[in-house]
Design a protein around this ligand. Structure first.
Ligand code: BTN
Length: 254
């Protein structure tokens, strides 16, 4: 049972033992008018979704959760919600578990070079602009990545694997939601620079040579910054700058 100290995030909680994907359930609820801050949480997901159409393995023991948001922002700013959520997860893992975590642009939370959490933000826009956003958070908490199929095990870790003990999920979720609400409130009040600075200092991407896979091919350059919309800025070999809105990013050296 969650004992929340938040004001509106988690005011309504939908808890399931199993769903296809908490993001899909959240979108259905949002269509029916669910209020901002509504949370969907499931013990396990049959068809958890990752970015770029990938599968997200979601056995019981992990935190599989989606938050419904209705911010009054242009659709172009929706990616910032992914960055903000990453900062909230990173803060939580640092304070709750004493872990040194990093963020790989745009949304992977890493321990060392292994991924422990992924974030999938889906923005639903209508003619008049942004209607609502669902932010899905998947944390490999008390799961054993050794039991994952080889292709999904690669590059993944869990809190249980890192800390060699199980962590109570309720406390982690409570803290995460509190951190999230604070950052989201700041965001809505226009305090963007602070959040971007926090993201930059947690990011292992900035300062690294990265390769970004896009549909049209691969772009390689040095990650030098992010814009105020959360777009990655790469400096190419010839010194020119390129903006990367989305893609799969690999780090080379730092
Ligand atoms: C990624 O890194 O590719 C994003 C993974 C996001 C997984 C979470 S788990 C809860 C929510 N429901 C889903 O189907 N996906 C997200």
């Amino acid at each position: 049972q969650l004992n929340l100290t938040t004001k509106y995030i988690g005011q309504e909680i939908y808890h399931y033992s199993e769903v296809d994907s908490t993001n899909n359930v959240a979108k259905e609820l949002a269509e029916k008018g669910a209020v901002e801050g509504t949370i969907v949480i499931a013990e396990s997901q049959r068809r958890g979704k990752g970015r770029r159409g990938k599968k997200w393995l979601s056995p019981s023991g992990g935190v599989w959760m989606t938050i419904i948001l209705r911010p009054d922002i242009p659709t172009s700013q929706a990616p910032l919600l992914t960055l903000l959520t990453g900062v909230a997860v990173a803060e939580t893992l640092t304070h709750e578990c004493g872990l040194d975590v990093g963020i790989k642009w745009p949304n992977d939370i890493l321990i060392g070079d292994k991924k422990v959490c992924g974030i999938l933000t889906e923005a639903i826009a209508r003619k008049g602009g942004l209607d609502y956003v669902v932010v899905g958070i998947g944390i490999d908490l008390n799961v054993d990545v050794d039991e994952f199929p080889p292709d999904l095990r690669k590059g993944a870790t869990s809190l249980k694997n890192e800390l060699e003990k199980e962590i109570p999920g309720e406390k982690l979720v409570q803290n995460f939601l509190l951190n999230f609400e604070n950052l989201y409130q700041n965001f809505k009040e226009g305090q963007l620079s602070e959040i971007l600075n926090q993201w930059r200092s947690l990011s292992t991407t900035i300062g690294s040579t990265v390769e970004v896979k896009k549909r049209g091919g691969t772009i390689r350059g040095e990650a030098v910054g992010i814009t105020r919309d959360g777009i990655l800025i790469l400096e190419m070999d010839d010194g020119s700058l390129r903006k990367i809105i989305s893609g799969e990013c690999t780090h080379y050296k730092r």
